[in-house]
Ligand binder design. Structure first.
Ligand code: ATP
Ligand code: PRP
Length: 217
């Protein structure tokens, strides 16, 4: 196996928050994905390149070995299932929480108490399914790919399951958070074969990531 390393990142907060960790490992990405249309970015290290993929696709690229390692939110990893991946480090970046939210006028506690069947719109169907099953609440899950906050406003659902950080998106849409499901942060994920075959090359980068993310806490 070549000792070339490919790191899968998504544009936006994951890319931006991973940059300081890469710098701590002596790696500088030569181009900015916000301005470049390129999907393969070179770095100052000829043996390390970065590929830009959708946040939800990071685990897939790493699982199949198209990338040796990547950075993905716990929310995304739970939906993917984590097969074929090592998850050695919680990087403590892109922190938010997964929550249930409803329209301000909807009495969620009462609906749950009365055993109502709830319609829940979410991109995170696996997490939502597990959460409501554990509570013994019957739900019809409606799969969405974004803008979940809209669903209760137009009668598509009673509730949503989505990530919340400042709460300003919920407030702007007159929604209220009624239940926190879990805290979310992003993890380093490593292809299982690469972890064995490229250990020598990966180890110092992983150690630098670990030190830098621990120092941030
Ligand atoms: P995709 O492009 O595949 O739909 P996405 O739009 O969820 O994914 P990002 O918005 O870049 O991708 O989010 C990447 C990760 O950052 C998420 O998986 C989640 O863990 C975390 N995250 C999402 N929203 C926030 C937020 N508002 N504040 C902090 N972290 C967040
Ligand atoms: C995410 C998520 C929420 C929002 C929550 O969307 O789907 O809509 O962030 O963040 P808040 O609680 O701080 O409002 P997105 O990735 O589009 O967020 P962004 O555009 O605000 O970065």
């Amino acid at each position: 196996m070549s000792q070339q390393l490919t790191l899968a990142l998504s544009k936006g907060r994951i890319f931006e928050e991973t940059m300081p960790l890469l710098r701590a490992a002596g790696i500088i990405v030569s181009e900015d994905p916000e301005t470049s249309r390129k999907l393969i970015l070179q770095t100052n290290d000829p043996d390390v390149r970065v590929i830009i993929v959708r946040a939800s696709d990071v685990p897939t690229y790493v699982q199949y070995g198209a990338a040796d390692f990547g950075v993905a939110g716990k929310d995304i990893l739970l939906e993917h299932g984590g097969g074929g991946l090592y998850q050695p480090i919680d990087l403590n970046i892109a922190r938010c929480r997964m929550s249930v939210a409803v329209s301000a006028g909807f009495d969620y506690a009462r609906a749950v108490r009365h055993g109502a069947r709830l319609r829940v719109a979410t991109k995170y169907t696996e997490t939502a399914r597990q959460h409501f099953a554990a509570k013994g609440v019957h739900v019809d899950l409606i799969k969405l790919y974004g803008s979940m906050e809209l669903a209760p406003l137009v009668g598509l659902s009673d509730a949503i399951v989505d990530v919340v950080s400042t709460g300003s998106t919920l407030r702007a849409n007159n929604l209220v958070e009624v239940e926190e499901i879990m805290q979310i942060s992003s993890r380093l994920v490593v292809n299982q074969a690469a972890m064995k075959m490229k250990r020598e090359r990966l180890a110092p980068i992983l150690a630098a990531f670990e030190r830098a993310s621990a120092a941030k806490q």
